[in-house]
Design a protein around this ligand. Structure first.
Ligand code: TXA
Ligand code: MG
Length: 336
């Protein structure tokens, strides 16, 4: 399926397709989503088939306004209203107890539903014109890298999607922060552009961070984005500390490896021993924006290995480090 520039006519066509139970991929500020009418279980089933995703992995429902929270959630706690007021439209998904009429196909059989109002003009125009909720996971095959360009969606899903709306490159570049407000205490299920500190400042309380605690077991089931292997290129990828980078590169080259490198140090760019070097931004936001397309670019080159220089550990890098840990999880720690 060729992407179509998301003008007014294309968006109206997309609305008709959604109403007819078809799949429409669309841009959001985080990554491209694979959308279906969230109130239509048959349409939602097509999402799982197209992605090859297990049916118990819940989907986020995208909505056009804060007021629509009440149409999907059984009750909306003050905390959810506060966060929505601060961060919506934006890269924050909120998990709440679902209303009975929300199809179990959307929620993976759970009694909670993920909700998000995305901050992208095309997504918002589509949601407003459609009028209902659009269930949309990232528009990639299960466990693979999320798409940040319309062409990535085409590569990933081919004709399994009925329309791809092209809204250019996603600005944030990594998936939304997910906070679970369905229980007694707020739990951060997935780090993203909106940080734990930002949320804690608004809520005036401390968050439980799922990945840090025993909660990890729970969240693996509840938020499969937390699974160990995820967001992965096809090429084996390894994280490497800055201190060990030169020695590791030398060692791998000596072994005859065809090597690609993702680094923030520009002096690697002209190193001809490496097959490909991508110099990454030193700012976290710009790094996140480029991360997935850079991994995809390296993944196309038939490399033996992709080496990724470990970014800083500061809080604003948390989402990036989370995704990189997963992208490299099969091989990580090999290089220290
Ligand atoms: O930025 C994003 O959130 C993108 C764009 C398209 O909006 N969407 C996205 O969807 O990343 P997906 O399906 O790839 O990841 C959604 C995550 C999954 O890990 C899922 O398990 C979790 O959200 N999730 C959805 N509903 C949930 C629920 N009721 N309880 C717990 N986790 C939930
Ligand atoms: Mg995903």
């Amino acid at each position: 399926m060729n992407p179509i520039i998301a003008n007014d006519a294309a968006i109206l066509q997309a609305v008709d397709l959604l109403k007819a139970g078809a799949l429409v991929a669309f841009p959001t500020e985080t990554v491209y989503g694979l959308g279906a009418d969230a109130s239509n279980p048959d349409a939602v089933r097509l999402i799982f088939a197209a992605k090859g995703r297990p049916v118990n992995h819940p989907l986020i429902v995208h909505i056009a306004s804060i007021a629509s929270l009440d149409a999907w959630a059984l009750s909306v706690p003050d905390t959810a209203r506060q966060l929505a007021a601060h961060f919506w439209p934006g890269p924050l998904a909120i998990i709440l107890k679902k209303r009975p009429e929300v199809p179990l196909e959307v929620t993976g059989g759970q009694d909670t539903v993920g909700l998000r109002m995305p901050d992208h003009p095309v997504a918002l125009q589509l949601l407003q014109a459609f009028g209902g909720g659009v269930a949309a996971p990232s528009a990639n095959r299960f466990c693979r890298i999320s798409p940040t360009l319309a062409s990535h969606v085409q590569e990933e899903l081919g004709d399994a999607v009925d329309m791809i709306l092209d809204g250019g490159a996603c600005q944030v570049g990594v998936e939304s922060t997910i906070i679970d407000l369905s229980g007694d205490q707020p739990i951060l299920l997935r780090p993203g552009y909106i940080t734990r500190e930002q949320i804690e400042t608004v809520l005036q309380c401390q968050l439980i961070v799922a990945a840090d605690a025993q909660q990890a077991d729970v969240s693996e089931i509840r938020a499969p984005g937390m699974m160990a292997i995820h967001y992965a290129p096809m090429t084996p990828a390894l994280l490497c500390s800055t201190a060990n980078l030169s020695a590791s590169v030398a060692d791998l080259i000596k072994q005859g490896k065809k090597l690609g490198l993702l680094t923030s140090q520009t002096d690697w760019v002209n190193n001809s021993a490496l097959t490909a070097v991508i110099a990454m931004p030193i700012e976290a936001d710009a790094y996140a924006q480029n991360l997935y397309s850079s991994l995809r670019d390296l993944d196309r080159l038939n490399l033996d290995m992709i080496l990724v220089e470990q970014p800083p550990q500061a809080e604003k890098w948390r989402a990036i480090n989370d995704r990189l840990a997963k992208a490299t999880s099969v091989y990580s720690n090999v290089l220290g």
